[in-house]
Design a protein around this ligand. Structure first.
Ligand code: SF4
Length: 212
């Protein structure tokens, strides 16, 4: 059995022990099928929102959910909408029934590690929404908390800053300078050791390299 498979299996077992409900998908499309067939039918959902995640985007789940007229979608990203309105929607998103997002890193011992600019994503993961579903590629699995910090600071954050067209030093050099930029993307860390209540956070682990 390959090291990668053992690492993924160990991670799934550890996440389950830590109270997360874990699903495994081979592709983003399979993750979407799992979400609509095995997860959503068991969650009473009148309101839904999300935190920024390229992996979530890759599944197509958001597009399909927004076509469901029985669910009120709180759009936390929308072109042409004033920044103040977007921030207000992100506040309201913390009271939604269902919150979808990704994770910057998942340790082999089953902990979620994330870093936010504003905090709306880690806020929603920690408390507020009744249920959370996280979509993450197996490339996000790291050996431990230290390697999670390293991965996020040196890979995820600079590439996310670039993706959002921010003017931070890392966009120019591709590495972190622990900057004091007004557009600094690295402001609030979150480590979820265990899921409380159990199974409130569901993780769809996708067997591909996805997101940042
Ligand atoms: S602290 Fe600043 S330089 Fe470092 S990754 Fe974050 S935004 Fe970039």
């Amino acid at each position: 059995m390959s090291t990668v498979i053992v690492k993924t299996e160990d991670c799934i077992n550890a996440l389950t022990t830590n109270g997360f409900e874990v699903f495994f998908a081979n592709t983003p499309n399979a993750a979407k099928e799992i979400f609509f067939n095995q997860i959503l039918p068991n969650l009473p959902t009148k309101t839904m929102s999300w935190g920024d995640s390229m992996t979530l985007d890759s599944t197509g789940v958001l597009t399909e959910l927004q076509n469901d007229k029985s669910i009120n979608t709180i759009k936390t990203f929308e072109a042409g909408v004033a920044r103040s309105e977007i921030i207000e929607r992100r506040r309201q998103a913390l009271l939604s029934d269902l919150f979808l997002t990704g994770s910057n890193a998942i340790t082999e011992c089953g902990k979620l590690v994330n870093l936010d600019m504003i905090g709306n994503r880690i806020g929603g993961i920690s408390f507020g929404p009744k249920n959370v579903v996280i979509f993450a590629g197996t490339n996000k699995i790291v050996p431990n908390i230290e390697s999670a910090f390293k991965r996020i600071r040196n890979i995820s954050a600079p590439l996310n800053a670039k993706r959002h067209l921010l003017e931070t030093p890392c966009v120019k050099t591709g590495k972190c300078h622990d900057c004091n930029s007004p557009q600094r993307i690295c402001n609030s860390w979150s480590i979820i050791d265990k899921c409380y209540p159990k199974k409130r956070i569901k993780i769809v682990l996708i067997d591909e390299a996805l997101g940042l």
